[in-house]
Structure formats: structure tokens, C-alpha cells
Design a binder for this molecule. Structure first.
Ligand code: SF4
Length: 360
């Protein structure tokens, strides 16, 4: 029996410049290469897209690094699959968003924007090799709102070199001043293959990082945001439906170089090499067949990230299982709570250590 896939993720592997902390799959934007990528993507879409998706997320990389014609082509390719789409997100960076691109997004019924703002401190933005300042982010958010985009999410980074609690506090003021519906939080991790990793930049002290997380948590709560997932805050009704799909352990189709997907017990990752993506038919780097036990664990791991918890009856049905009996150690952890037929984690910021009790 084939089940309908509700979520589509598409990775745009280009950025206008490379941020020093990032090791995502990306290339500095090149117009000719981006046209070749679009041609290859067209055949991947035709081969793989069968459904109308409830959520579509075009991320990257930086989708807004594409020129107007390319953005138009990309969204036109996706049009046949947007019929039942409840949430259609495109990631953008402030400096590459033009009024024309906003019109293209609008025309193709994109209804959610995720903007990489990261900080309001221009010196910190420069030190990360971001190409925008905070004024630019503010201006583009105002412009998006003028065009009727009300579901806007911004990314906020913390635990950054040169950032202290005072700077972070001012950044939170500025982020709240943007009056957006959703904020995603990213703590800096020093990736080996990033510029920071190669330069040997040190991570901030763990205690300072924990203080920063607490500060953000309390300030966002005071401002009326719901801390609905470890790293995500939203105003009532503006949870990211697409990401909720990941946390509910739904299937999703991932397209293009650098994307991954999960369909039934198959989890795959596409190649991160743009050359291979453009030139070869087989683009899979990893094609895993998950065992029932692995899927159960992953499902628990994802669902405990949110305040909505894991529906025990649904879990038991899905895996022909009995969660309470199968995980006696896990459910006896002091930060695990069972209530109203659901299992919750009451301290998600230390979820990784709690999950050890759910491992064999
Ligand atoms: S953080 Fe975003 S914009 Fe910066 S290099 Fe990574 S993918 Fe590109």
C-alpha cells in the first residue's frame, strides 16, 4: 500500500556568499550553473513528485540568491503540486530579496517566509560574513508585510563569538520589534568544514550558552511567544506545519542536491556534490532501510522535541507495539511525563541525555 506523502522539501544549493559558520550544501551563486541546476531539477521533479503536498518548504542554501527569471521557473515547476498546500515556505536572505522577487513569491501562492536575520548587531553580522545589516532585514520585513505576507519567521543565532548577554538582550529587543509570527533559534556549532572550524574558532563556554538560552526563553515567553519546540517559538496558531511534519515523524520527499527524505522505512540523503547531481542519474549518497526498532526510536526522539508530545495510541498502532512495556527505563525517567494518552519531555533542552534511557 502506498501512502500519500504530505511534505515536500526542496534544497536550493546556492548562496551569494558563504557564512563562516556554515557547512550546508551550498555553492556561491553562478548564473549559468543555476540554470543547469534548474534543468536537472525539472527532471527530478517529474520523476518523483506525484502528490499535492500539504506543506512545501524551499530552503537552502539561499533560494533568494536565484535571479528573478530562475525563481519564476522554479516556482512554476512546483505549481502543479501546490493545490492542497496549507503552508508554502521559501527561505530568503534580506540582501537578495527584491520587490520583483516578492511579487513572484506572491503570484505562486507562497504564504510563509523564513528569513535569515541571525543578529541585530552589525559587527557580529560582519564577523559571520553575512552580507546584510539589520536595517536591511528590517526594511525587507516591512516590505514583505506591505505585500501581505503576515506569516514570517526569522532565524536568530546565539552563542556567537563576540556576543555577550547584553548584546543578546539588545538583539532580542530588536527581534521582538520586528513583530514576526515565528522565531527559530540556532546555537552556533563549530562545524569542522566551516570557515570557523578551519580557523579553529572556539565555542563559547557551555554555561554562558545555557544562560543565553534561558534569557531568550524567558524574554520570548514574556512577549507572548509559545516555546513549542526546543528551538522554535511562535505566536498562537503559527507553528511551522512543515517542521511539525518532521517532529511527528511523517514521511517527506526531499529534492535536489543536499536534500534528504524519508518514505516509509527508507531514509535517504541526496549527494551534496552539485557536479554529481548535474551529471549523474543516481544521486543518492545514503539509502537506509530502517528497522522497526530504529523507526520507533527516531519517532520518540522527534516527538519529544515539542510541547505536543507523542500520542501513545497512535504510536502503538503504527508500530504494533506497547510503548509503556517496551521502554520501561525511558518512561521512568524523571523528565518524562505521561498524561492524557501522550508522552511528554519536561526538559527538552537535555533531551539527548534523556533519550539514552530509550536506547537498547
Ligand atoms: S547560513 Fe545560509 S546563507 Fe549562509 S552560507 Fe549557509 S546556507 Fe548560505
Amino acid at each position: 500500500m502506498t501512502t500519500r506523502i504530505k511534505h515536500l522539501y526542496l534544497h536550493v544549493p546556492f548562496c551569494n556568499s558563504i557564512c563562516f559558520y556554515c557547512d550546508f550544501c551550498h555553492r556561491v551563486y553562478d548564473e549559468k550553473l543555476a540554470y543547469r541546476w534548474l534543468d536537472r531539477l525539472k527532471s527530478e521533479i517529474e520523476d518523483n513528485c506525484k502528490d499535492k503536498y500539504e506543506t512545501i518548504y524551499i530552503g537552502g542554501g539561499t533560494p533568494s540568491s536565484l535571479n528573478e527569471d530562475q525563481l519564476e521557473r522554479l516556482l512554476t515547476m512546483i505549481d502543479p503540486y501546490t493545490g492542497e498546500c496549507l503552508e508554502y515556505t521559501v527561505e530568503i536572505n534580506p540582501e537578495s530579496l527584491s520587490e520583483d522577487k516578492i511579487c513572484i513569491l506572491k503570484k505562486h501562492r507562497v504564504n510563509r517566509i523564513s528569513m535569515g536575520v541571525q543578529s541585530s548587531d552589525d559587527q557580529i553580522l560582519r564577523s559571520l560574513n553575512r552580507r546584510h545589516d539589520f536595517a536591511c532585514a528590517k526594511e525587507k520585513i516591512a516590505l514583505l508585510k506591505r505585500y501581505g505576507f503576515e506569516n514570517i519567521s526569522v532565524d536568530l543565532m546565539y552563542s556567537l563569538p563576540g556576543q555577550d548577554l547584553d548584546i543578546l538582550n539588545r538583539t532580542i529587543d530588536d527581534i521582538l520589534g520586528l513583530d514576526v509570527k515565528h522565531v527559530s533559534l540556532y546555537s552556533l556549532t563549530i562545524e569542522e568544514n566551516s570557515v570557523f572550524g578551519k580557523k579553529g574558532i572556539d565555542h563559547l563556554d557551555e554555561d554562558i550558552e545555557a544562560d543565553m538560552y534561558e534569557l531568550i526563553d524567558s524574554r520570548m515567553n514574556e512577549a507572548g511567544y509559545i516555546h513549542y519546540e526546543i528551538s522554535n517559538f511562535c505566536k498562537e496558531g503559527y507553528q511551522s506545519r512543515h517542521n511539525m511534519g518532521y517532529w511527528d515523524y511523517d514521511d517527506f520527499l526531499g529534492l535536489s542536491a543536499g536534500a534528504s527524505g524519508k518514505i516509509g522505512n527508507n531514509r535517504y540523503s541526496n549527494t551534496r556534490s552539485l557536479e554529481r547531481y548535474l551529471n549523474e542519474k543516481d544521486i543518492r549518497d545514503e539509502d537506509l532501510h530502517l528497522s522497526r526498532k530504529e523507526m520507533m526510536f527516531e519517532n520518540i526522539m522527534m516527538s519529544l522535541r515539542t510541547i505536543y508530545g507523542l500520542d501513545i495510541e497512535e504510536f502503538n498502532r503504527k508500530y504494533d507495539s506497547d510503548l509503556i512495556r517496551e521502554y520501561p527505563l525511558g518512561i521512568s525517567n524523571k523528565y518524562i511525563e505521561i498524561r492524557d494518552g501522550k508522552m511528554f519531555c519536561t526538559k527538552p533542552e537535555i533531551l539527548n541525555s534523556i533519550l539514552l534511557d530509550f536506547m537498547d
